[in-house]
Design a protein. Structure first.
Length: 291
């Protein structure tokens, strides 16, 4: 499946901004099941400096500086991405086997996974999260089956509510208010997996927002979306979307991953001046041949 993706963000200020420095993580990743064919970043006003690098997790990061006074900053990206189905994870090792492997595997892949088994500020409160997760992790249960059930429970137990939390909310906050958005459900699921001693990473990207006839529309299609990938030992990394209660397939486009949202914030920066500011954004994910 080939997608044409447009992501637009506009910041407006009540007073002039004299200078700003920004980091952008909006370029789709190169993966075995995902091949970016084109990517362009446009910024208005025109930056005085621009650079590109890859961060610790292999995400493409672009940096730019604007040094002319402005009351509006427009950031737009266009991408063309070919997505193929991931390898089917029809079987997976028992979660206890994966847990043991995490503590003994000293390969590069094993050490990467172990790093992603450690709690972060947004995925802590491990005792409460372990209590929630434990019901899904029965003795010798295949790890992907366990996470399938965990994701289904999160989808059933917590309501989607974009006004209930903020970008700074944690897994513990969701457990308290029991309402949130894709970022909250993902942090909570990651916290549960890590509370069991297993490894999970936070994934950001997009979902198709115009499904085929007869298919339900996925939540998150009008903005950046978030889900998690779980390390399943010999099966590799398997992606799960708790917001939509499914395993990730060709309707999802991966942009970046890390320990939690703090590692993959799509746009972040600092500016001087500006007074009060507001933000508008929009995302279009269009399959090839449509639009």
């Amino acid at each position: 499946m080939k997608y044409h993706i447009t992501h637009r963000t506009i910041y407006q200020y009540t007073e002039p901004v004299s200078v700003c420095h920004n980091l952008v993580r909006l370029a789709p990743r190169q993966m075995p099941s995902q091949v970016p064919q084109d990517y362009q970043l446009q910024v208005v006003p025109e930056p005085i400096t621009r650079s590109r690098r890859f961060d610790y997790f292999g995400n493409q990061v672009e940096y730019f500086t604007i040094q002319e006074a402005h009351r509006e900053l427009a950031i737009a990206t266009t991408s063309v991405v070919e997505v193929s189905p991931p390898p089917p994870a029809t079987t997976s090792p028992a979660w206890e086997q994966v847990l043991e492997q995490l503590h003994t595997d000293r390969s590069a892949q094993g050490l990467e996974a172990y790093h992603l088994s450690l709690p972060t500020e947004r995925t802590s409160n491990l005792e409460a999260l372990r209590d929630y997760a434990a019901d899904s992790f029965g003795k010798a249960r295949p790890i992907c089956d366990a996470v399938d059930e965990l994701v289904a429970r999160i989808h059933a137990d917590f309501a989607f509510d974009p006004l209930a939390t903020t970008v700074h909310s944690s897994a513990a906050d969701l457990l308290s208010v029991r309402r949130g958005v894709c970022q909250d459900f993902t942090h909570f699921a990651i916290g549960c997996v890590r509370a069991m001693g297993l490894a999970a990473r936070y994934v950001s990207g997009y979902v198709r927002n115009d499904p085929p006839a007869g298919s339900p529309r996925l939540v998150g299609g009008d903005a950046s979306h978030a889900w998690l990938a779980v390390y399943a030992g010999a099966t590799g990394w398997v992606d799960f979307d708790p917001t939509n209660n499914l395993r990730v397939g060709t309707d999802h486009i991966t942009v970046a991953w890390g320990r939690d949202y703090a590692d993959i914030c799509p746009i972040q920066g600092v500016f001087v001046g500006g007074g009060q500011h507001s933000m508008q954004f929009g995302v279009d994910v269009v399959p090839s041949g449509q639009g």
